[in-house]
Write a protein that binds this ligand. Sequence first.
Ligand SMILES: Cc1cc2nc3c(=O)[nH]c(=O)nc-3n(C[C@H](O)[C@H](O)[C@H](O)COP(=O)(O)OP(=O)(O)OC[C@H]3O[C@@H](n4cnc5c(N)ncnc54)[C@H](O)[C@@H]3O)c2cc1C
Length: 326
Amino acid sequence: MVRTEETLARLTAIPELTVLTGAPLSRYTRFAIGGPADTYAETASVEAFIMALNVARESGGDFVVIGGGTNLIVSDQGFRGIVLRFTAQRILAAGSRITADAGAVLQDLVDFAIDRGLKGLETLAGIPGSVGAAVYGNAGAYGHSISERVRSVRFYDGERVRVFDNAACEFRYRESIFKAHKAWIIFSTELMMDTADAAELQKIAGDIVKVRNEKFPVTMKCAGSIFKNLLLADLPDAVARRVPERVIREGKVPAAYFLEEVNAKGLSCGDIHVASYHANLLYNGGSGTAADLRGLIHELKDRVARQFGIELEEEVQYVGFRDADS
Ligand SMILES: Cc1cc2nc3c(=O)[nH]c(=O)nc-3n(C[C@H](O)[C@H](O)[C@H](O)COP(=O)(O)OP(=O)(O)OC[C@H]3O[C@@H](n4cnc5c(N)ncnc54)[C@H](O)[C@@H]3O)c2cc1C
């Protein structure tokens, strides 16, 4: 049974934990979509976070951890339970090793590395969100992903704080073991870098950010790509044969290829739109709802399934949905 009053009292008694009730989650998502959370709690303290998480578990209700909200679709009904956010942001270097707290902004980590002439994260420049979520979803761009640099990850498994090395994290394209264990909370990561000329790294990152800002204007209410790209090797032979060579990059077929083939560009549902220049980019024109967003995603998946017999998989993460609602 969910003991709301008692749970709230226990949370508010935790030092260094900020607790809000009824906070609209639209404020915490780049889509600017999402109803209220029963309870929202954030802290930069590992001890306070663990205490809050334990209270959440003992409450018998639902809980979810969010980062910067740049890859989330939150239900119009919001979240019945506790939304937790770990906000510690330290980034430290010792030689070519960097340790970053999960709540640090990924771009701050990228800049930190570049400033010190540490190579390996510069192609991630411009990816929004936190370090913790980047590890969780193995964020990446331009043929590289954060997992290439992760040496270890420190996390809480609900019982104790543990450290996994890179292999134990089971990183794959936009995947890690943490996606299969949603209650495991990442606190920090250690990264191993190479050394290089800071100015050269800055140039690479600067060029990337310029291109990205054109594709994803900073004010755009979106989540980047909605669907994961597809590994060519995983496609049924008949589908793989239909994919032109020119669209294949690093063994992957962009989801945008399939979406273009089903005329996704420019489609809308309410105030949610598929960008006219990028079929895998959905954005909120301002008054879009989660229901519209889910409706459009469903339509796109349906079209691709009907034409190609394959299922696109969302890269975005859903919060607060029960089956079939929004
Ligand atoms: C304009 C734009 C462009 C983008 N481009 C790219 C790109 O090029 N490449 C790419 O990979 N992604 C891209 N993304 C997606 C997004 O930036 C990444 O997925 C990012 O890592 C999400 O970070 P976040 O902090 O906002 O996480 P959120 O969206 O808040 O959460 C994402 C997931 O991470 C989990 N999570 C968050 N913190 C923790 C933690 N401490 N421990 C465990 N789990 C946690 C959450 O539970 C949730 O399931 C883009 C998004 C936007 C808006």
